[in-house]
Every structure is written in C-alpha cells, then in structure tokens.
Ligand binder design. Sequence first.
Ligand SMILES: Cc1ncc(C[n+]2csc(CCOP(=O)(O)OP(=O)(O)O)c2C)c(N)n1
Ligand SMILES: [Mg+2]
Length: 322
Amino acid sequence: MNLGNNILLDAYHRMKSIREFEERIHVENTTGEIPGFVHLYAGQEAVATGVCLQLRDSDYIGSTHRGHGHSIAKGCDIKAMMLEIYGKKGGLCAGKGGSMHIADFEKGMLGANAIVGGNPPLVIGAALTAKVKGTDGVAVSFSGDGASNQGTTFEAMNMAVVLKLPVVFIFENNGYGEGTGCDYAVGADSIAKRAESFGMPAVSVDGTDFFAVEAAAREAVTRARTGQGPSAIEASAMRFYGHFEGDPQAYRSADELAELRKTGDCLKIFRARVEKDQLVTADALDQIDREVADLIDEAVDKARKADFPTSDDLLTDVYVSY
Ligand SMILES: Cc1ncc(C[n+]2csc(CCOP(=O)(O)OP(=O)(O)O)c2C)c(N)n1
Ligand SMILES: [Mg+2]
C-alpha cells in the first residue's frame, strides 16, 4: 500500500524525534542532572512509530520502563517529557514521575511502567472499557521479550481472547532482558507462536523495517477496531544502548554494536527505501532533521533552566479527584 507523502513524513518525524531525544539524553545523562534510571529506546523507533501511526488520541497504549519512544510516537509533548525526565515543574507528570513514569491521559498514554509485565493487565482494562462503552477504541500493550515470559502477560492474553477485547499485544524482541539473551530466557521458538497458542492471530516482523511494522500493525488495529478481537505482533529490533544508562554491556561485543549502527538502523533503512522509491524527497527529510534538532535543543535548554517542584507540591497529585 502506498502510504502517501504526509504519512511518510509524519513517520520520519516521529522516528527522528525519538532518536534525537534518546541520543541527547545519552549525552546529557553524563552531567548528573538527570535523576534516576534511564533506559533508552534508540534502535527500536520503527516499532513504536509503525504502531502508533494507527492510533488516535482516544486509543490507549501501555508502555514499559523503556517508554520514551512509545510516548513520543503517541504524541506526548516533547518539551514536557524532557522537563519530566529532569524532574522539573511543568513536566508531563509535574516532575514527580521521571523517565520511568511518563503518562499523559490526554494522548492516551497510560504510562511507562517499571514493573516488567505490568502493563498488559492495565491495557486489557482499557480495552474492556472501550468494549463495554461501545466505542471503537483500541488499546495497545508494548512489552519486551523479557516481559513476554511474565504470568501477568499470559493471563492478559488469555483474558483478551476469552472476552474478545480490542487489544493488540506488541512484543519488542530486542534480544535481551537486561543482560540475559532471549534465546536462553524465552523457552518457545518464537514469541509470536506462543501468543498464537492463546488463540489469537500473531505475526513476527522485522522491527527495523518501518513498512513491515506499519502493515502488520494496520491489520491488527483494524481487527481490534472492527470487533474481531486481539492480535499479537513480535517485532525484532535491537537497542543501540545498554539496558540502562551506565550498563557496561559485558554481555555483547563492540562488533555487535558497530554492526547494528551500520545495518540495523531503522532510520537509515527508512531513508534508503523512500529515497530509492522516490516516495519523499531527501530535502524534506533533511528539513525534518533540522527541525527536530532545534526542538531537542530547546527542550533540553528549557528543562535545565526550569525549577524543581517545591515541598508545597509534595501532597498534590497524590489522590485522584472525581
Ligand atoms: C516484575 C519485575 N521483575 C524484574 C524487574 C527488573 N527488570 C527491569 S527491566 C528488566 C528486563 C526487561 O526485559 P525486556 O522485557 O526484554 O525489556 P527491554 O529492557 O529489553 O526493553 C528486568 C528484569 C522489574 N522491573 N520488574
Ligand atoms: Mg528485551
């Protein structure tokens, strides 16, 4: 399917924004100004983007500890995200959540989640809400290969099939759960096949190929939106950085990382494809590169200068008001 110029530029904008955001945090984190743990998503941009392009603000996603990419792809404000990661006032969660707890209900971002396997049960709740209310809303759960082994994930997949919920389970197989290889930790041949055994359609795609992810996600989201129930997608793409910032990565070689940057970079793969097929111009992509670089500069500048929450803010945002 020809996606058209606007969608392709939108996709590139989202992927490039995620990449620049993460590359910059990798650098800024060394200054010691960013509190808490940071897990970078660079390398996996085509997955979040290919999936979130199918979604509306009123659809929900649930994310992981590696959640910046999902948040950006779902439309969260980048400057407010940066403020949040710096723990500053004006952050998406008032500077009280930080990297691993970014949420924005207005954009359907239910939250990053530090509990591995924590989000599939939340996401099927959002899907059940959509079904009970009779909206055509869809909910999408992003999980890693490690999280695919959690009991919570199994229960959520089973319940989604039994209740025929409008949900899509995305399994991002980046080869590792912390420092443990998924060839060791995942007992099944493939995560997709295991998901299929719960009774839903499931496919495996190359997560560095935006077009492959987009096509699989379009089919799965359409199924969910039209009342045909859940699906699963296993998308394989490696992360460019360590499990967390500061991870010495003793479990993989420098050669693996160099090769990844050379042949497994979804942005380079996207650019090569759209330029070769003359789907968009190189100038238009360069223009996006410049815009995104400026935006990230401004976001970091704003976050560094902003104030921290004060002790007066301590007891706000604790309880929900109905
Ligand atoms: C329930 C639970 N168990 C263990 C951890 C510690 N932990 C944090 S991230 C992680 C690995 C997750 O791997 P994966 O799901 O593949 O996601 P990735 O980091 O590769 O994106 C683990 C074990 C946790 N946060 N929560
Ligand atoms: Mg993983």
